[in-house]
Write a protein that binds this ligand. Sequence first.
Ligand code: PAF
Length: 449
Amino acid sequence: MTEAGVSALIGLGGNLGAVAERFAAAQAALGSLGRVRGRAPDFWSLPLGPEQPIFRNSALWLETKLPARQLLTALHKIESDQGRQRDLRWGPRTLDLDLLYYGDAISYDSNCRIPHPHVRERAFALGPAAVLAPEHRDPEAGRCLAALYQETRRDIMEALTSKAELRAFRKRCTGRLAFVPTMGALHEGHLSLVRQARELGDHVLVSIFVNPLQFGPQEDLARYPRDPEGDRRKLLELGVDGLFEIESPAMYGAHHETRIVQERLPRHLCGLSRSGHFEGVMTVVAKLLLLASPDVMLLGRKDFQQTVVLQRMITDLDFPVELHIAPTTREADGLALSSRNAYLSPEQRAQACCLSQALFAGERAFAAGETDPRALERLMAAELAQARELVVEYCTLVDPNTLDARSGAARAGDVALVAGRLGKTRLIDNRLLGAVADPRLPDPLAENP
Ligand code: PAF
């Protein structure tokens, strides 16, 4: 024991109610038992028990003169003050406080086992403690926590809710960082990007931010689908390392007025009906790239114009990031996956596959020798006309680099794009024709179906 007392590492966990607030209350209560030297970032983890919300976890470093048994009793008191009930072994809990380490003490006392008997096998306990006190030595293993954590299965995900936390996460990443920006309501398309991110990076970061700057005043910002708990669970199951979730006031300061603009590309296609949309997308992605400094960013090719606009921004402004564009994920009938598909009524859903059918028809005609771009567009429009309620916004064949309507003969690598509204739901889709002209773009024939 030093002058200040013993360094105790305490694990915090909970999955019922306002857990973040309970962690703050526990930290305040622990402050009266000694000196709080620091608190680890929060992490998400999957519950060990069945059918319950995911857990929030952290760790706290306390220098205290209380003997270990008394400290443990004090932890139990704080738990019960925060509504903890100890009826189910793996049940949900408001607050769980575990004494993980008490200096370099080893105790086999069954009421106060030190180190905590499971700390080395549970990433949700070891991970936060290792981030907080990497040099702390586990007296049984004879190794520091950072080294032990290197060997643990990574089934926890850092909960990043501020720019400072995101920057600190980035600093701790020791290898290549792969980044998937999203607006949440994650579907299989997003998940396939995350799986590819795992292949491309040593660490995977996902962001969920419904960016108000990219929605027009008449658009669906207020009703955009949200499922934070479901999204976190899906990302945990895929082994994501960090999830950045932030709200608009924290992302854009009260006086934010800067926008990234482009001269030409946003004036085509979706930009014609969504004024300011791509400025909003570029601005938020630029901010995310500056905050996260990823080595590679992954985007889905379903938003083709977005990928072209962002590649242009990355090149023009020298962002040191590689852009990886992944093929569109589709339903069995060809409909491109989109968070907005959730808005469709069953009747609209049945009509929605006309978009992909039109593109496939265009592709087939091109493969059979049709190279007149206007003839290909007419053929696709005829397919779109099958969808009774669809109000077509565009149906066109463009140069993939300039997004200008193809003049002269259609060629391999040109992109066929369609957009339209079914009721209030705006849908878009695209396909590359034939073999690939630009090696950065994926082979359309490798897409399903
Ligand atoms: O494609 C999206 O989900 C968004 O436009 C993006 C890239 C996350 C920016 O908000």
